[in-house]
Unconditional design. Structure first.
Length: 225
């Protein structure tokens, strides 16, 4: 089977990008990253990509008078390589409806909370302040609403009494690195499909996200692997 083509958008360190690169190199992900694009010239994720021999692009959003003009510039770069899937990996820009519609049902994001809880920023601090017992991360397809769209997988992480936001963030990040490549591979294998706008897993409606907990993947009927 031909490798799926990916484009990854980043703004920072690119640790999830590295997890995807590692999954490809380990044979867990049957894909090739065609380009990494950042809106930050100093993003260390660009160095990760260059080290892996992946073409990189920096597009400064401050040079554009509006969000849609910036997004159109990104679209031109992405469409040049004709990816099967566009991945947001710490891309700190709110995307325009034009961009989201253009890549509808092939635009994926990872977010550090158990959505729909804690959309936006400072998710770990909010989990601690609200005395949550369980926190985590979610992989979802992107729609017009911030940090929304059909959820594929969530990883659950206990919140400990000794946790700070930074300590909790590190434990959540470890799980992010596991579930993002997993969700990408499910998309590549055709296990994730859409019936109109409704997400399906193995041709059955995915009414609740798959759960990754204690290194096991479960649906709400039992263990999957």
């Amino acid at each position: 089977m031909e490798k799926a083509s990916l484009v990854v958008l980043i703004s920072g360190s690119g640790s999830n990008l590295q997890a995807i690169i590692d999954a490809i190199n380990n044979g867990d992900l049957h894909a090739e990253i065609k380009a990494v694009i950042s809106n930050q010239a100093a993003a260390t994720g660009l160095q990760r990509a260059e080290k892996a021999g992946i073409p990189t692009h920096f597009v400064d959003h401050k040079l554009f008078s509006g969000r849609e003009l910036f997004d159109q510039a990104i679209i031109r770069l992405i469409d040049h390589v004709k990816p099967d899937l566009v991945l947001l990996a710490g891309f700190m820009r709110i995307l325009s409806p034009v961009f989201i519609k253009h890549y509808q049902q092939r635009l994926m994001n990872i977010h550090p909370s158990l959505l729909p809880k804690y959309k936006g920023l400072n998710t770990h601090r909010q989990a601690i302040e609200n005395h949550d017992k369980i926190h985590g991360a979610s992989v979802h397809y992107v729609n017009d609403e911030l940090d929304s769209g059909p959820i594929v997988i969530q990883a659950e992480v206990p919140v400990l009494a000794t946790d700070t936001a930074d300590i909790l963030a590190q434990r959540v990040l470890i799980e992010e690195h596991k579930i993002y490549p997993m969700a990408i591979q499910m998309h590549i294998e055709g296990r994730l499909t859409f019936n109109n706008k409704h997400l399906q897993f193995d041709n059955q409606p995915l009414l609740k996200a798959l759960i990754w907990k204690d290194n096991q993947l479960n649906n709400h009927h039992g263990k999957l692997c």
